[in-house]
Design a protein around this ligand. Structure first.
Ligand code: LLP
Length: 421
């Protein structure tokens, strides 16, 4: 459920017609609903009620300060994967002890930054990383709280580019090496083992792979405890999928996911952390774009819109489906027509949908790509010198620009010339 609905014949974001935002901001733009964001965060929080837990929002999904502040006010922790994300989380007022640091390639500078600024834990992914963290911890005179990310070798049954829990993926330490690595960690100065971390992939639409992974984590917890490690925290990663095609997808709900966590791991008495990104923000955002031309092709019709692959790369990169809806509500029973929906960039990959059945749409009409809140704005670029797509947040009947569209001068003036030119 989200808050992008037709009212009086017009698509609204909460109480604001998206056409009103388009008139004020221009197109394309991302638009987030505070109510949807809040609702989805709470679903996770409530799913883990009764268990000591922290929901660490995976801010790689959408990291605007306004989004982070909205979530932080609800008690969210943050999962960061770079020094930049750490800085963003701190700038949004998130205390260090609510930030977990994930990622397979943390640099020493990033470790230094998080250790001196405050950090809940590092999710360490390899022995060389452990050694580097130990060295940085000693140099800064601090102790680094650590979980080791284990790779449970389960098939997440999702798109290959976003599956992370198979042995051939670059992530984590193989389960078969876990005891050795924990023993090393325990012996290293400046390192304090606090728990186990696992994340098997993104956009999972079935609970079975989570079950497989969490059962392995439960078993490992027992083994490591028997080895003398104080395993008191389990970070279970993110990955719960969302319905991108509303007509035929119904992934498991956060309540089902929470029940699975309690069933597989509840008896261990550990504090539970989860790192959802997509489900928190995905359906809380749309990308609004205007049709530039409707063009008749050979055997197919194109809608050329003013958003492009640089603004929303998911269809080009993951063959992702986004529902596309006109901002003006179609008349009941209006005939549908198949369109290829494409952007202006000179690449065939700049295609959002092929032969998509839409109600009548004409040049100058606004359309919205739904479920674009996660991995949308954050993956945008200025390819073709198309200004970085702006972001807008709605709260009831108010809206605000939370990242403006840069001017051409601002873009050009970011370049600096070498002395010989
Ligand atoms: N934790 C870790 C360690 C992760 O690597 C990720 C996502 C998450 C949490 C959050 O997963 P989520 O709940 O959002 O599924 N750009 C791709 C998705 C990449 C996901 C990367 N890792 C896309 O647009 O589908």
């Amino acid at each position: 459920m989200d808050h992008f609905l037709y009212r009086d014949g017009a698509l609204h974001a909460e109480d604001v017609p998206v056409s009103e935002i388009a008139a004020a901001v221009g197109t394309p733009f991302y638009c987030y609903s505070t109510a949807t964001l809040t609702r989805h965060f709470r679903l996770f929080d409530e799913a883990l009620e009764g268990t000591d837990h922290l929901v660490c929002y995976a801010m790689k999904a959408a990291s605007n300060q306004a989004i982070l502040k909205t979530l932080a006010a609800l008690g969210a922790g943050m999962d960061v994967v770079s020094g930049g994300e750490y800085a963003r989380a701190r700038a949004a007022g998130v205390p260090g002890d609510r930030i977990v640091f994930s990622g397979v390639g943390k640099t020493r500078d990033e470790m230094r930054m998080a250790l001196s600024g405050g950090i809940r834990q590092f999710n360490v992914e390899s022995e060389p990383e452990l050694a580097a963290l130990s060295a940085v911890a000693q140099e800064t005179g601090r102790t680094a709280p650590v979980t080791i990310r284990v790779n449970p070798d389960v098939d997440a049954r999702t798109h290959a580019k976003i599956a992370t829990g198979k042995a051939e993926n670059k992530f984590g330490v193989p389960l078969s090496r876990a005891r050795t690595v924990y023993a090393e960690a325990a012996a290293l100065p400046g390192i304090e083992v606090v728990g186990i971390d696992v994340h098997i992939g993104s956009q999972l639409t079935d609970l079975a792979p989570f079950r497989q992974a969490y059962e392995k984590v439960a078993e490992l917890t027992g083994t490591l405890r028997a080895d003398g490690h104080d395993i008191r925290r389990l970070d279970l990663g993110g990955g719960l999928g969302i319905p991108y095609a509303r007509s035929n997808e119904a992934p498991p709900l956060p309540t089902d996911y929470g029940a699975l966590i309690k069933e597989t791991l509840g008896h261990l008495g550990c504090e539970i952390e989860i790192e959802p990104g997509r489900l928190v923000v995905g359906n809380a955002g749309v990308l609004v774009t205007r049709v530039i031309y409707a063009k008749e092709g050979e055997g197919r019709d194109f809608l050329i819109v003013d958003a492009a692959m640089n603004d929303l790369i998911r269809p080009a990169m993951y063959e992702a489906h986004h529902d596309i809806v006109p901002a003006r509500e179609p008349a009941p029973g209006a005939a549908h027509h198949p369109y290829d929906i494409v952007g202006p960039v000179c690449e065939t990959g700049d295609t959002f949908a092929r032969a998509r059945d839409l109600p009548p749409v004409a040049a100058d009409d606004l359309v919205a790509f739904r479920s674009a809140g996660a991995y949308g704005a954050v993956m945008a670029s200025e390819y073709n010198t198309r200004p970085l797509v702006p972001e807008v947040m709605v709260h009831g009947d108010q809206f605000a620009v939370i990242r403006p569209r840069p001017t051409f001068d601002e873009i050009i003036n970011r370049d600096t010339l070498p002395p010989w030119l």
